[in-house]
Design a binder for this molecule. Structure first.
Ligand code: HEC
Ligand code: HEC
Length: 295
């Protein structure tokens, strides 16, 4: 009996050593990633701060997901506490928050490149979805953020916990959008605002983080297994839908059969999009090849 217990103790000890080694590897690998820095050198934005520009910025803030994570007034909030994996906290981005000392171009770099003013890669903020945002739209968004009343709210630190670090080290958690963004300096021009497939492609780029680069749906990377999969938006998925069905889905969160769309799909933000934006995305989705649903 004693011999047996000795073996159990040895095996338990060995497992502990292995576990510690895995966590140490995760910690080391993720720290190296988190400390990586990038140079952003886009041409300076032409900033305007007239009422129409601020209004455009407010519209983008409300409809492109920013308000969902950073709260309607930009003061930040806890987005998701996934126990041992991570706690996603979107910071206060009013002039009283983390961007207090940022220039307009530095705020733009965090939005489009996922890179902080000190050059470090940001985590979780879906900058890849915003990397193609036109210069005028970006300038309007930044002007709007800089026009917000300064808030002193502190939603607390973002935490990548041990399991999250190991997942990142094993390539299972896409933590750093900057790793997948083109950082070459360039100007970006958005297509004219109209209900065209071209403008729809521009707007719908913001759907790719969840629905996948080919819009064929997938389990949203980094979310717990219990979260609903983003659905297939190519004709394979929405083949029998009409433009009116699509509008209703985004405006009311209802499918053609009347069933409710899971609120993890940020339709409440999209419900504030204009008819032109929604119709443009519909026109664009119609041009996609029918594609089998992703995993
Ligand atoms: C899925 C949630 C999410 C969405 C959507 C989102 N953000 Fe963020 N954002 C974050 C998180 C998390 C951070 C903190 C990143 C870090 O500290 O590494 C952040 C950080 C920032 C920062 C501060 C960067 C810095 O240098 O510290 C700015 C500015 C910002 N976001 C603007 C925006 C804007 C504008 C939008 C919409 C176009 C947006 N965010 C959409 C989660 C989000
Ligand atoms: C934060 C992740 C996320 C983003 C961003 C997102 N979606 Fe979704 N979407 C989902 C999820 C998850 C579902 C499935 C919900 C369910 O099963 O009830 C979904 C479902 C849908 C549906 C219903 C499809 C069906 O067959 O029932 C439509 C339409 C849709 N999304 C359109 C869009 C469009 C257009 C955008 C961009 C403007 C977008 N989504 C952005 C996560 C997202």
């Amino acid at each position: 009996m004693r011999k047996f217990l000795k073996w159990v103790a040895r095996i338990a000890g060995l497992l502990l050593v292995v576990a510690v080694a895995i966590f140490a590897f995760g910690w080391f690998k993720s720290s190296a990633g988190l400390e990586r820095s990038y140079v952003v050198n886009d041409p300076p934005l032409a900033m305007q701060r007239d009422a129409a520009t601020i209004e455009r910025g407010a519209h983008l803030f409300a409809t492109r997901g920013c308000a969902d994570c950073h709260a309607a007034n930009g003061e930040g909030r806890v987005v998701l506490d996934a126990g041992p994996v991570f706690k996603v906290v979107a910071p206060n981005i009013t002039p009283g928050g983390v961007v207090k000392s940022y220039s307009a171009d530095q705020v733009a770099a965090s939005i489009r490149h996922g890179v902080k003013a000190d050059g470090h890669a940001m985590v979780f903020m879906p900058s890849a979805e915003y990397s193609g945002m036109g210069d005028e739209d970006t300038a309007a968004l930044v002007a709007y953020l800089q026009s917000l009343p300064a808030s002193s709210n502190d939603p607390g630190p973002l935490e990548i916990r041990p399991v999250g670090r190991v997942m990142y080290a094993l390539g299972q958690l896409p933590l750093l959008p900057a790793e997948h963004i083109d950082h070459s300096p360039r100007s970006r021009t958005a297509p004219p605002i109209a209900a065209t497939a071209e403008y729809g492609a521009y707007v719908a780029h913001g759907c790719t983080g969840c629905h996948g680069a080919n819009f064929a749906g997938q389990h949203v990377p980094g979310t717990p297994p219990s979260f609903a999969n983003a659905r297939n938006l190519t004709p394979t998925g929405l083949g029998s839908w009409t433009a009116a069905d699509f509008r209703r889905a985004l405006r009311e969160g209802k499918r053609p059969d009347g069933s409710a769309i899971d609120p993890f799909m940020p339709w409440q933000a999209y419900s504030k999009m204009t008819d032109v934006e929604i119709d443009a995305m519909w026109a664009f989705l119609q041009t996609l090849p029918a594609t089998p649903t992703g995993k």
